[in-house]
Design a protein around this ligand. Structure first.
Ligand code: NAP
Length: 527
């Protein structure tokens, strides 16, 4: 018999719930985690200003009503220390740590068809066997590593937002550069600008950011506690996995004054629902440009120098085709005398020196460089593991883009489940909603196998092909593939450009995946 019924890779929000759920159903499950503690994303991304972009009352577990009632969120959008404390609390509350091995990174998975088990190897040389492996490895957990010439020569401090030191980093009065203006860069820039001596922001592509209007979690928390079951149910059936009013009337059929009023209203509310004002924002370029221009007008209103405002205004991709950012005073930072912007489209980074960065013809002298350059999204964490089955690796199979059935399994790799894998809604949704739905789907599938004396489950190639085609076709109905985004793998040199998430929404996905389960796992081979 294998060592475990299920081995779970990763002790982030997905791995913790998967362990709790499987244990509760009588499985012997064990988690292996590379970090020294639980929390996943919220363990590694400890950079200044890190916080969630979905309101905490919804970016939280729904599986335990007592937990919902007892955990006190302090802010509307919780910051990293509070999110990490929440993960630690959950691990302790449900006594999860006794089944977690910390500080071991899984390097290889090898499937034995004879024994119907995976052999799981860690970077400490440990070997475990498990009937099933569940990759709760995160969609944004493998940092990208841009190859800047001379980076190793730089004599100052170098930090990455994706693996920020756990000890204090004192930036007071220093000359600091941030490379990257996605969500991580934005949050870092906003948090450190008042502290550092000089801040130089190296921007390759500007982002669209809507205000968070962060503040105390109350009274929203009390209101949510009164009707949590209703909210969670609605979230599972919604497009995005969180409370958002999705406008039904196309922008192009709406009076311009009413369009403006609706944008104003959403801007004042704050958060990611801005792009849900009208259904054609993500399907029609004219509607999209109207929304984009509204945000640019807001940028112009916030940034005093018109030339700088223009540089900060995105013009090269449709709004919301890259993940929008949720900010707390980002644009205003550029009115500070100690903050400057280097537009890399005009002055590309040429190389690093001992003293700093040469961009265009200018050498920038720096004490600290912070890389906020993103992730090898959705496939990076799995590609980093040597996953072998039937003489083939998953890496080879996915070389032309990931292929899954429902984002849950990949044909040819039996008994390997993915939590929020490619071709599932995952990163386009509230991750907590999608994580819980996947964890529960996987738990139910394992229970079904056990109850029916089956030891092997595999996605069938033809169903996988259909699902991949469906997800690609759906994405192509939208403007989303038009941006060179990490959704497409466009941020990683040499990565095949394939739109990876399922754009059909959380509710539709739930209906399909649960319909498949109800039809005795249609499209999967169970033996
Ligand atoms: P990101 O969105 O991919 O941003 C990376 C930034 O680095 C981009 O501005 C990118 O420019 C730039 N960049 C990458 N390589 C570069 C190079 N070689 N030279 C110069 N610039 C380079 O990554 P992220 O900010 O870590 O965010 C990733 C995702 O994580 C987000 O979209 C979001 O889903 C999630 N996240 C969420 C939060 C939150 O608020 N809860 C916070 C952080 C992250 P290009 O755009 O030109 O590629």
């Amino acid at each position: 018999m294998p060592d475990h019924d299920a081995l779970i890779i990763g002790a982030g929000f997905a791995g913790l719930y998967q362990l709790h759920l499987l244990r509760g159903r009588g499985f012997d499950a064990h988690v292996v985690e590379a970090g020294a503690d639980v929390g996943g994303t919220w363990y590694w991304n400890r950079y200044p200003g890190a916080r969630c972009d979905i309101e905490s009352v919804e970016y939280s577990y729904s599986f335990d009503p007592d937990l919902e009632q007892e955990w006190e969120w302090s802010e509307r959008y919780a910051a990293q220390p509070e999110l990490h404390a929440y993960a630690r609390h959950v691990a302790d509350r449900f006594d999860l740590r006794k089944d977690i091995t910390f500080g071991v990174r899984i390097t290889a998975l090898d499937w034995s068809e004879d024994r119907r088990e995976w052999t799981v190897t860690g970077d400490d040389g440990s070997v475990r066997t498990a009937r099933h492996v569940i990759a709760a490895t995160g969609c944004l957990s493998m940092p990208s590593r841009p190859d800047f010439p001379g980076l190793a020569e730089f004599a100052g401090e170098l930090h990455r937002t994706s693996n920020w030191p756990s000890e204090d980093v004192d930036l007071t009065g220093k000359r600091v550069a941030v490379i990257g203006t996605g969500s991580s860069g934005l949050q870092t820039i906003t948090a450190i600008a008042p502290v550092v001596g000089e801040l130089t922001v190296f921007q390759r592509t500007p982002c669209f950011a809507v205000p968070a209007h962060n503040g105390p979690a109350q009274p929203r928390l009390a209101e949510a506690r009164g009707r949590y079951r209703e909210i969670r149910k609605a979230n599972r059936l919604s497009p995005d996995g969180f409370q958002c009013h999705n406008g039904q009337i196309p922008l192009l059929d709406t009076d311009p004054a009413a369009v403006h009023a609706e944008f104003d209203r959403r801007w004042e509310t704050g958060g990611l629902c801005f792009d849900r004002s009208f259904p054609d924002i993500l399907t029609d370029l004219t509607a999209n440009e109207t929304a984009a221009e509204y945000v640019r007008s807001r940028i112009r209103a916030k940034v005093r120098d018109p030339e700088l405002a223009e540089k900060l205004s995105p013009r090269t991709y449709p709004i919301a085709s890259k993940r929008m950012c949720v900010d707390t005073g980002y644009y205003e930072v550029f009115n500070r005398p100690n903050v400057s912007l280097v537009d890399l489209t005009e002055q590309p980074i040429r190389w690093f020196t001992r003293r700093g960065i040469v961009a265009g013809d200018t050498e920038h002298d720096l004490d600290v460089v912070i890389l906020a350059t993103g992730f090898d999204a959705m496939t990076g964490a799995l590609d980093a593991i040597d996953i072998r089955s039937g003489g083939r690796t998953l890496r080879e199979k996915w070389a032309r883009g990931p292929r899954t059935y429902l984002g849950l399994m990949s044909a040819g790799f039996p008994n390997l489940f993915l939590v929020c894998g490619p071709q599932s809604p995952s990163v386009l949704s509230n991750m907590l909603t999608s994580i819980e739905q996947h964890v529960e789907w996987i738990g139910t599938a394992l229970a079904y196998l056990k109850d029916h004396d089956r030891t092997r489950m595999e996605a069938l190639p033809e169903n996988e092909d259909n699902w991949v085609t469906t997800t690609n076709d759906l994405a192509n109905l939208t403007l989303m593939p038009r941006a060179a985004s990490w959704y497409l793998g466009a941020n990683i040199p040499g990565k095949e450009r394939v739109f990876m998430p399922f754009v059909g929404g959380v509710g539709l996905y739930k209906q399909v995946s649960e319909g498949v389960a109800a039809a005795r796992y249609h499209g999967f081979d169970l033996s």
